[in-house]
Design a binder for this molecule. Structure first.
Ligand code: ACO
Length: 328
């Protein structure tokens, strides 16, 4: 059995925030941000925009390209770490898409690796579980969880959603060729947005206080080192499992966190710059949305063509990281 990618879509908020705009609220500059990260703009939710309506918009576009009706879906996986509701948003996305068959819909929480884990889950549901049409959405609104007075983190992120539709097919048509997935809780201290209470191991009184979460806390240098060390190994291992080498791959599509991370991984794996997909200059780090957002742009602009092989990798909080070899 196989599963193929039959559609993609994406959505970004209307408000565009440039590096110069950020320099008005924190002590930073366009030069510092663009030299260290490659980011020039990001989109940030405003008005009535939220995670769910971005996810629904991206999903509708992917379903349209796939020519799949909402009720033809057997499963919706919403990969997000910033839901509107901590119990999960996928069933609400299901309802807003107009699905009427109470098909399964659930969230997957794995920060910037979420979409790769979503692809893997979809492939298991299809190849082992008899599911036929699966929608995988990667969406995050990091703007709600960053401290807009902290120049070390607020400059990095943007909000977005991206989606793909996967369909059961014969093994020869398989579009998800291999995966390599990891996590390491030891590194969690370098990146997180932890719950505020009970820190320092203090004992909770009864009844416990209402919980709140801290803003994103990050040791940028450690995260950078982790990504540059672990991602090339993971991609090599996924390529090996697929029986492929870098030369068989048309596109390198990494989670869009920092242009210097993308360049370092590409150099390590000997991918020439013209085979590297990058759009973070326009959107910043959109967490679980970054891979499907970049994929959607690359497909719609005609860069990624049917039959092209893509090495994709997500990495981030957890720490989690993982790679997928995809045939579009
Ligand atoms: N503008 C101006 N100066 C700044 C800014 C800013 N926005 N942010 C930090 N600085 C200052 C610091 O205060 C420091 O000043 P000091 O030397 O006087 O103390 C100096 O710049 C250097 O700061 P560093 O944090 O050491 O800068 P670094 O070169 O490590 O770059 C960065 C920081 C861009 C965050 C980098 O470490 C990075 O990209 N790491 C990867 C992190 C990442 O991608 N996180 C995304 C979340 S997870 C994920 O998606 C993988």
């Amino acid at each position: 059995k196989g599963c193929k990618l039959v559609g993609c879509g994406s959505a970004v908020p209307s408000l565009s925030v440039s590096n110069d705009d950020l320099a008005k609220i924190v002590d930073t500059s366009d030069e510092w941000i663009s030299v260290r990260t490659g980011i020039r703009n990001r989109r940030v939710i405003s008005g009535k925009e939220n995670l769910r309506n971005l996810a629904v918009e991206a999903a509708k576009k992917a379903l349209k390209m796939a020519n799949v009706e909402p009720d033809d879906l057997d499963l919706i996986l919403l990969c997000t770490s910033t839901p509107e509701d901590i119990f999960g948003d996928a069933p609400k996305v299901q309802r807003e898409l107009g699905c009427t068959k109470s098909q399964l819909a659930h969230d997957i929480t794995a920060a910037c690796s979420g979409f790769v884990l979503g692809l893997f889950s979809a492939s298991c549901y299809i190849k082992g579980g008899g599911f036929r049409n699966v929608l995988v959405i990667g969406a995050d609104v990091m703007s709600r969880f960053v401290d807009w007075t902290n120049r070390g983190t607020c400059i990095l992120f943007g909000d977005a959603a991206g989606a793909v539709v996967l369909q059961a097919c014969d093994a020869e048509e398989d579009g998800l060729l291999s995966f390599d997935l990891h996590s390491d809780g030891e590194g969690a201290r370098h990146l997180g947005a932890p719950i505020n209470d009970n820190e320092n191991g203090s004992v909770l009184e009864f009844p416990p206080n209402r919980s709140s979460y801290a803003c994103v806390q990050m040791n940028g240098k450690e995260v950078f080192r982790f990504a540059v060390r672990c991602v090339p190994q993971s991609i090599e291992s996924a390529l090996e499992k697929a029986g492929l080498t870098t030369s068989n791959i048309d596109w390198l599509l990494l989670h869009q966190a920092n242009q210097r991370i993308i360049d370092a991984v590409a150099t390590r794996l000997e991918f020439p710059p013209e085979k590297v997909i990058s759009n973070l200059a326009n959107y910043g780090n959109t967490s679980a949305a970054s891979i499907p957002l970049a994929l959607d742009e690359a497909v719609r602009s005609g860069k990624v063509k049917p039959g092209h092989a893509i090495a994709a990798a997500g990495f981030g909080a957890g720490l989690t990281w993982g790679s997928a070899v995809i045939r579009w």
